[in-house]
Design a protein around this ligand. Structure first.
Ligand SMILES: Nc1ncnc2c1ncn2[C@@H]1O[C@H](COP(=O)(O)OP(=O)(O)OP(=O)(O)O)[C@@H](O)[C@H]1O
Ligand SMILES: [Mg+2]
Length: 228
Protein backbone atom coordinates (compact mmCIF):
# COMPACT_ATOMS: atom_id res chain seq x y z
CA UNK A 1 0.00 0.00 0.00
CA UNK A 2 1.31 3.42 -0.99
CA UNK A 3 -0.24 6.56 0.45
CA UNK A 4 0.80 9.85 -1.12
CA UNK A 5 -0.48 12.99 0.57
CA UNK A 6 -0.28 16.53 -0.69
CA UNK A 7 3.11 15.97 -2.30
CA UNK A 8 4.99 19.03 -3.54
CA UNK A 9 8.41 19.45 -5.08
CA UNK A 10 10.06 22.60 -6.44
CA UNK A 11 13.16 22.91 -8.58
CA UNK A 12 15.17 26.07 -8.91
CA UNK A 13 17.84 26.35 -11.54
CA UNK A 14 19.15 29.88 -11.97
CA UNK A 15 16.15 32.16 -12.32
CA UNK A 16 13.84 29.41 -13.38
CA UNK A 17 11.59 28.00 -10.69
CA UNK A 18 9.48 24.96 -11.49
CA UNK A 19 6.77 23.49 -9.35
CA UNK A 20 7.39 19.95 -10.50
CA UNK A 21 4.73 18.54 -8.15
CA UNK A 22 1.93 20.38 -6.41
CA UNK A 23 -0.67 18.96 -4.02
CA UNK A 24 -0.53 15.40 -5.37
CA UNK A 25 -2.51 12.88 -3.29
CA UNK A 26 -3.53 9.30 -4.07
CA UNK A 27 -3.32 5.71 -2.79
CA UNK A 28 -2.25 2.51 -4.48
CA UNK A 29 -3.44 -0.77 -2.96
CA UNK A 30 -1.55 -4.08 -2.92
CA UNK A 31 -2.02 -5.82 -6.27
CA UNK A 32 -3.01 -2.56 -7.96
CA UNK A 33 -1.36 -1.08 -11.05
CA UNK A 34 -1.58 2.69 -11.45
CA UNK A 35 -0.48 4.32 -14.71
CA UNK A 36 0.69 7.94 -14.51
CA UNK A 37 0.38 9.81 -17.78
CA UNK A 38 1.07 13.38 -18.80
CA UNK A 39 3.13 15.41 -21.21
CA UNK A 40 6.90 15.61 -21.05
CA UNK A 41 7.81 17.77 -18.06
CA UNK A 42 4.51 17.16 -16.24
CA UNK A 43 6.26 15.63 -13.21
CA UNK A 44 6.05 11.87 -13.74
CA UNK A 45 9.70 11.07 -13.06
CA UNK A 46 9.79 13.48 -10.12
CA UNK A 47 6.76 11.74 -8.64
CA UNK A 48 8.33 8.28 -8.96
CA UNK A 49 11.60 9.56 -7.53
CA UNK A 50 9.83 11.04 -4.50
CA UNK A 51 7.86 7.83 -3.93
CA UNK A 52 11.02 5.75 -4.25
CA UNK A 53 12.92 7.99 -1.83
CA UNK A 54 15.42 9.02 -4.52
CA UNK A 55 14.30 12.60 -4.18
CA UNK A 56 13.06 14.46 -1.11
CA UNK A 57 9.76 16.30 -1.53
CA UNK A 58 9.41 19.87 -0.29
CA UNK A 59 5.87 19.30 0.96
CA UNK A 60 3.61 16.40 1.86
CA UNK A 61 4.35 12.77 2.67
CA UNK A 62 4.79 9.33 1.18
CA UNK A 63 3.93 6.29 3.28
CA UNK A 64 4.85 2.93 1.80
CA UNK A 65 3.85 -0.25 3.63
CA UNK A 66 3.01 1.98 6.59
CA UNK A 67 6.47 3.55 6.71
CA UNK A 68 6.85 7.29 6.27
CA UNK A 69 9.78 7.26 3.84
CA UNK A 70 11.02 10.77 4.23
CA UNK A 71 11.24 10.47 8.02
CA UNK A 72 13.71 7.58 7.81
CA UNK A 73 17.43 8.03 8.36
CA UNK A 74 19.57 7.67 5.26
CA UNK A 75 20.61 4.18 6.33
CA UNK A 76 17.06 3.05 7.15
CA UNK A 77 15.88 4.44 3.82
CA UNK A 78 18.46 2.49 1.85
CA UNK A 79 17.58 -0.69 3.74
CA UNK A 80 13.92 -0.10 2.91
CA UNK A 81 14.70 0.53 -0.77
CA UNK A 82 16.92 -2.53 -1.01
CA UNK A 83 14.31 -4.83 0.46
CA UNK A 84 10.94 -3.50 -0.64
CA UNK A 85 11.43 -1.41 -3.74
CA UNK A 86 12.00 -2.27 -7.39
CA UNK A 87 12.80 0.58 -9.75
CA UNK A 88 12.80 0.40 -13.55
CA UNK A 89 14.47 3.64 -14.62
CA UNK A 90 13.63 5.69 -17.68
CA UNK A 91 17.11 5.12 -19.06
CA UNK A 92 17.93 1.56 -18.04
CA UNK A 93 20.59 2.23 -15.44
CA UNK A 94 22.32 -1.13 -15.64
CA UNK A 95 25.93 -1.24 -14.46
CA UNK A 96 27.92 -1.31 -17.67
CA UNK A 97 30.89 -3.26 -16.32
CA UNK A 98 28.74 -6.10 -14.96
CA UNK A 99 27.22 -8.83 -17.14
CA UNK A 100 23.46 -9.20 -17.49
CA UNK A 101 23.60 -12.04 -14.95
CA UNK A 102 25.61 -9.97 -12.47
CA UNK A 103 23.32 -6.97 -12.86
CA UNK A 104 20.31 -9.06 -11.86
CA UNK A 105 22.30 -10.77 -9.13
CA UNK A 106 23.18 -7.47 -7.49
CA UNK A 107 19.90 -6.80 -5.60
CA UNK A 108 19.69 -10.47 -4.64
CA UNK A 109 23.18 -10.44 -3.15
CA UNK A 110 22.38 -7.22 -1.28
CA UNK A 111 19.40 -8.96 0.26
CA UNK A 112 21.51 -11.91 1.36
CA UNK A 113 19.88 -14.49 -0.92
CA UNK A 114 22.12 -17.59 -1.17
CA UNK A 115 24.00 -18.30 -4.38
CA UNK A 116 21.96 -21.34 -5.42
CA UNK A 117 18.65 -19.53 -4.99
CA UNK A 118 20.07 -16.54 -6.88
CA UNK A 119 21.06 -18.76 -9.76
CA UNK A 120 17.59 -20.33 -9.96
CA UNK A 121 15.80 -17.01 -9.84
CA UNK A 122 18.04 -15.35 -12.41
CA UNK A 123 17.63 -18.29 -14.79
CA UNK A 124 13.84 -18.12 -14.46
CA UNK A 125 13.75 -14.34 -14.89
CA UNK A 126 15.94 -14.41 -17.99
CA UNK A 127 13.62 -17.05 -19.47
CA UNK A 128 10.61 -14.87 -18.69
CA UNK A 129 12.02 -11.81 -20.41
CA UNK A 130 13.22 -13.90 -23.36
CA UNK A 131 16.93 -13.29 -22.86
CA UNK A 132 18.20 -16.60 -21.49
CA UNK A 133 21.07 -16.64 -23.96
CA UNK A 134 22.31 -13.17 -22.96
CA UNK A 135 23.33 -13.95 -19.37
CA UNK A 136 27.03 -13.39 -20.05
CA UNK A 137 26.58 -10.31 -22.26
CA UNK A 138 27.48 -6.82 -21.11
CA UNK A 139 24.72 -4.17 -21.26
CA UNK A 140 26.65 -2.33 -24.01
CA UNK A 141 26.16 -5.35 -26.24
CA UNK A 142 22.35 -5.25 -25.95
CA UNK A 143 19.68 -3.31 -27.82
CA UNK A 144 17.68 -0.59 -26.03
CA UNK A 145 14.68 -2.88 -25.65
CA UNK A 146 16.83 -5.71 -24.32
CA UNK A 147 18.31 -3.34 -21.73
CA UNK A 148 14.77 -2.42 -20.67
CA UNK A 149 13.82 -6.06 -20.28
CA UNK A 150 16.93 -6.76 -18.19
CA UNK A 151 16.25 -3.66 -16.08
CA UNK A 152 12.81 -5.03 -15.41
CA UNK A 153 14.20 -8.45 -14.43
CA UNK A 154 16.61 -6.74 -12.05
CA UNK A 155 13.83 -4.62 -10.52
CA UNK A 156 11.69 -7.63 -9.62
CA UNK A 157 14.42 -10.15 -8.73
CA UNK A 158 14.21 -9.55 -4.97
CA UNK A 159 10.37 -9.68 -5.07
CA UNK A 160 9.67 -6.16 -3.92
CA UNK A 161 6.30 -5.02 -2.56
CA UNK A 162 6.56 -1.78 -4.47
CA UNK A 163 7.43 -1.52 -8.13
CA UNK A 164 8.10 1.84 -9.74
CA UNK A 165 8.61 1.91 -13.50
CA UNK A 166 9.47 4.98 -15.56
CA UNK A 167 8.40 4.49 -19.18
CA UNK A 168 9.46 0.82 -19.14
CA UNK A 169 8.16 0.11 -22.65
CA UNK A 170 9.57 3.19 -24.38
CA UNK A 171 12.06 1.26 -26.54
CA UNK A 172 9.90 -1.80 -27.17
CA UNK A 173 7.67 -2.78 -30.08
CA UNK A 174 4.04 -3.14 -29.05
CA UNK A 175 4.08 -6.95 -28.79
CA UNK A 176 7.21 -7.04 -26.61
CA UNK A 177 5.84 -4.09 -24.62
CA UNK A 178 2.58 -5.93 -24.09
CA UNK A 179 4.40 -9.06 -22.92
CA UNK A 180 6.52 -7.04 -20.50
CA UNK A 181 3.52 -5.26 -19.00
CA UNK A 182 1.67 -8.55 -18.70
CA UNK A 183 4.68 -9.99 -16.90
CA UNK A 184 4.73 -6.96 -14.58
CA UNK A 185 1.07 -7.50 -13.77
CA UNK A 186 1.59 -11.21 -13.13
CA UNK A 187 4.36 -10.38 -10.68
CA UNK A 188 2.14 -7.79 -9.09
CA UNK A 189 -0.77 -10.16 -8.55
CA UNK A 190 1.48 -13.01 -7.38
CA UNK A 191 3.21 -10.91 -4.77
CA UNK A 192 0.36 -8.50 -3.98
CA UNK A 193 2.78 -5.73 -4.83
CA UNK A 194 1.82 -2.20 -5.87
CA UNK A 195 2.90 -0.83 -9.22
CA UNK A 196 3.18 2.78 -10.32
CA UNK A 197 4.17 3.15 -13.94
CA UNK A 198 4.85 6.42 -15.77
CA UNK A 199 4.04 5.98 -19.42
CA UNK A 200 2.97 7.40 -22.75
CA UNK A 201 2.17 3.95 -24.05
CA UNK A 202 -1.49 2.97 -24.65
CA UNK A 203 -0.49 -0.69 -24.22
CA UNK A 204 0.34 0.13 -20.60
CA UNK A 205 -2.68 2.31 -19.84
CA UNK A 206 -5.03 -0.33 -21.23
CA UNK A 207 -3.67 -2.97 -18.88
CA UNK A 208 -3.44 -0.76 -15.77
CA UNK A 209 -6.21 -0.76 -13.14
CA UNK A 210 -6.35 3.01 -12.97
CA UNK A 211 -4.90 6.02 -14.74
CA UNK A 212 -3.79 9.29 -13.21
CA UNK A 213 -3.20 12.35 -15.39
CA UNK A 214 -0.59 14.92 -14.44
CA UNK A 215 -0.31 18.40 -15.87
CA UNK A 216 2.29 20.86 -14.61
CA UNK A 217 2.75 18.75 -11.49
CA UNK A 218 -0.94 18.52 -10.60
CA UNK A 219 -3.52 15.80 -10.94
CA UNK A 220 -6.16 16.66 -13.49
CA UNK A 221 -9.22 14.62 -14.28
CA UNK A 222 -9.37 12.74 -17.53
CA UNK A 223 -12.34 14.58 -19.03
CA UNK A 224 -10.53 17.87 -18.51
CA UNK A 225 -7.36 16.55 -20.15
CA UNK A 226 -9.29 15.31 -23.16
CA UNK A 227 -10.44 18.81 -24.11
CA UNK A 228 -7.02 20.38 -23.63
N1 LIG B 1 16.95 18.03 -11.21
C1 LIG B 1 16.15 18.98 -11.72
N2 LIG B 1 16.52 20.28 -11.70
C2 LIG B 1 15.72 21.26 -12.20
N3 LIG B 1 14.52 21.01 -12.76
C3 LIG B 1 14.11 19.73 -12.83
C4 LIG B 1 14.90 18.64 -12.32
N4 LIG B 1 14.24 17.48 -12.55
C5 LIG B 1 13.09 17.83 -13.14
N5 LIG B 1 13.01 19.17 -13.32
C6 LIG B 1 11.87 19.90 -13.92
O1 LIG B 1 10.67 19.46 -13.28
C7 LIG B 1 9.62 19.29 -14.23
C8 LIG B 1 9.13 17.85 -14.19
O2 LIG B 1 10.14 16.99 -14.71
P1 LIG B 1 9.97 15.41 -14.81
O3 LIG B 1 11.28 14.84 -15.19
O4 LIG B 1 9.35 14.91 -13.55
O5 LIG B 1 8.92 15.28 -16.01
P2 LIG B 1 8.38 13.97 -16.77
O6 LIG B 1 6.89 14.03 -16.72
O7 LIG B 1 9.03 12.76 -16.24
O8 LIG B 1 8.83 14.24 -18.27
P3 LIG B 1 9.28 13.17 -19.44
O9 LIG B 1 7.99 12.61 -20.00
O10 LIG B 1 9.99 14.05 -20.43
O11 LIG B 1 10.17 12.15 -18.83
C9 LIG B 1 10.21 19.72 -15.58
O12 LIG B 1 9.84 21.06 -15.78
C10 LIG B 1 11.69 19.58 -15.39
O13 LIG B 1 12.39 20.52 -16.18
MG1 LIG C 1 10.30 11.35 -17.06
Amino acid sequence: MIRVQNLGKDFRSGRRQVEALDGVSFNVEPGEALAVVGKSGSGKTTLLNCIGGLERPDRGSVASLGVNLHELSRHALSMFQREHLGFVFQFGNLLSYLTVYENIEFPLALNGIPRQERDLRIGALLEKVGLASSARALPGELSGGEVQRISFARAIAHRPQILLADEPTASLDSQTGHDLVQLMLDVLRDQAASLIVATHDPVVTELADSIMHLRDGRIVDEAQTAVL
